[in-house]
Design a protein around this ligand. Structure first.
Ligand SMILES: CC(C)(COP(=O)(O)OP(=O)(O)OC[C@H]1O[C@@H](n2cnc3c(N)ncnc32)[C@H](O)[C@@H]1OP(=O)(O)O)[C@@H](O)C(=O)NCCC(=O)NCCS
Length: 133
């Protein structure tokens, strides 16, 4: 299957935003100047994204998702692998928030993320992956 993981092109922004809202229908999605977006392109369609930014010497993953029909075939893993390589080169620790029962937790655990703290009321965990894990 032809899947490429690469930087979002300006022309793909509307398609990618539509995917973000499909994956997170209730989210208040904010993409700031300087944020970066890596996408998964399958046969010319945007089927996955990782949205991240650098802040205070850290990398922050703000959003990560794969289109419903394209899940479970490794695209999410490929996207995370791609951005972690960048963060490693830059020697930046990476932080993200995840719903505690989210299947994405298994991806993060496999790549060496650790729990920083749990917000039990919200069911959200803050995870970190340190440099030289
Ligand atoms: C999390 C997500 C990005 C994973 O993308 P993906 O392309 O399906 O990921 P992969 O194919 O690489 O699979 C990664 C793991 O998730 C598991 N998984 C994927 N989809 C799943 C599902 N719907 N239910 C249960 N497990 C699932 C896979 O079994 C695999 O686990 P394993 O490595 O322990 O076997 C995707 O499920 C998604 O977009 N979910 C909704 C949005 C979301 O929750 N984003 C993360 C917010 S922090």
């Amino acid at each position: 299957m032809a899947i490429s993981i690469r930087l979002l092109k300006d022309s793909e922004y509307p398609e990618m935003l539509k995917l973000m809202y499909n994956v997170f229908p209730n989210a208040n999605i904010k993409i700031n100047n300087g944020d970066r977006i890596i996408i998964a392109d399958m046969h010319g369609q945007v089927v996955g994204f990782v949205h991240y930014a650098y802040f205070n010497g850290k990398a922050i993953i703000k959003g990560f998702g794969v289109e419903g029909n394209a899940r479970g075939i490794g695209i999410g893993t490929g996207l995370i692998e791609h951005v972690l390589k960048k963060f490693e080169k830059l020697a930046k620790p990476v932080y993200l928030k995840v719903l505690s029962l989210n299947p994405a937790v298994s991806i993060y655990a496999r790549f060496g993320f650790f729990l920083v703290r749990n917000n039990e009321a919200k069911g959200v965990s803050l995870l970190v992956r340190k440099v030289n894990n």
